[in-house]
Design a protein. Structure first.
Length: 371
């Protein structure tokens, strides 16, 4: 493939899994000789991170998905830079960028959209406009899991416009991280079994089900602790729930963690109780570090964790099953080690960044060839 000019648009102000995936992709494209420019919010976390990594970053104010000034600003940038491919990494970027591409002059750039969530496009659609947005003005939707593709097929989208390229990680970033003494940092008893959950404190991450499971976990393994790394609007609600259940002392809400890769080597089990999850790269991080995983069978999670192989799968929202799976692993270090080794091997085989970059490039190549 000859070198491409690729323009990437992301409207988020924070830095979460989707932004990290964009950065991984940008670095992979750059290493392969393709030109990369990233358009991000002027006051968000992405701009300084990406600039520090040496990327060509364009700070552009983007005010939601119905802002004509943002469309004009993006179209102006497309006309000036003439990208071959415009890759839109968020829902708002999708709306703004797909419209801007129509005014970008000729030849119109190919438009690719990443879809990272596993719910229907109509669930958060104003007057059904998402149906129009997802059917017009784009060339391909890149789904980060097969589960997302199935949701979009159920929504009636054209299968020829859907591609699956799973999210990926750099395992060495996890394995090479300095080990953190989690118990010392959090003031936990030395030797206490620690179950780590990672994710924003929002409803679909299912932390309330993990708290509901905690009494049964503590009854079976009294010294166990559940640590949640993440911040969000449900913090007070989760703490109140733990107090009401009498297990507040066994729950630690650690907040946002800057050195999270170093935590995985010092905990016993990774829990992901989400009720919705496009894929969930924190699970891949834990697997890369050799952790056994207890996950709900929601969204793309079963595409990473096979029940009885890399960990245990439980029905979404089933606190009893969640507790039983956690207790079983805490009591069986041999099974934990075997599942952790299987998880690390699977990450190496299927979820490395190079695989994701090559898959995305294949989408670009196919779209450009068809156009």
């Amino acid at each position: 493939m000859p070198p491409l000019r690729t323009l990437h648009v992301n409207t988020e102000r924070g830095w979460r899994g989707g932004e990290q995936q964009m950065a991984y992709l940008a670095e992979g494209l750059r290493r392969r000789g393709h030109a990369v420019r990233l358009v991000v919010q002027p006051d968000g976390e992405a701009a300084p991170r990406l600039e520090a990594a040496g990327f060509d970053v364009d700070r552009c104010r983007m005010r939601g998905e119905a802002d004509p000034l943002s469309v004009v600003a993006l179209a102006r940038r497309m006309r000036a830079w003439r990208p071959d491919v415009v890759h839109l990494h968020t829902s708002h970027a999708h709306a703004l960028g797909a419209l801007a591409a129509r005014f970008a002059g000729r030849p119109r750039p190919a438009v690719v959209v990443s879809r990272r969530v596993d719910f229907s496009i109509y669930r958060r659609s104003f007057l059904g406009l998402n149906g129009f947005k997802y059917r017009h003005g784009l060339d391909r939707i890149v789904c980060v899991s097969e589960a997302i593709r199935r949701v979009l097929l159920d929504d009636g989208l054209d299968p020829a416009r859907l591609a699956v390229v799973r999210s990926a990680i750099d395992p060495e970033r996890v394995r090479g991280a300095a080990r953190v003494d989690v118990r010392a940092r959090l003031g936990l008893p030395a030797g206490a079994p620690v179950v780590l959950a990672v994710g924003a404190l929002v409803g679909h991450k299912g932390h309330r089900h993990l708290v509901d499971a905690l009494p049964a976990v503590v009854a079976a393994v009294p010294e166990a602790r559940v640590v949640v790394a993440g911040e969000g609007p449900l913090r007070d609600e989760l703490l109140a729930q733990a107090r009401a259940l009498g297990v507040a002392g066994a729950l630690v809400l650690a907040g946002q963690v800057g050195d999270l890769p170093g935590w995985f080597a010092d905990v016993d089990v990774l829990a992901m109780p989400s009720t919705e999850e496009g894929l969930g790269t924190s699970v891949l991080d834990g697997m890369a570090a050799g952790l056994a995983v207890v996950a709900s069978a929601a969204g793309g999670l079963p595409e990473m964790v096979r029940d009885g192989v890399e960990g245990r799968l439980v029905p979404p929202g089933d606190a009893g099953a969640l507790a039983a799976a956690v207790v079983a692993l805490l009591r069986d270090p041999v099974a934990r080690r075997a599942m952790g080794a299987a998880g690390a091997a699977r990450v190496d085989a299927e979820f490395r960044v190079d695989r994701m970059v090559e898959g995305t490039l294949a989408v670009y190549e196919d779209v450009l060839a068809r156009r």
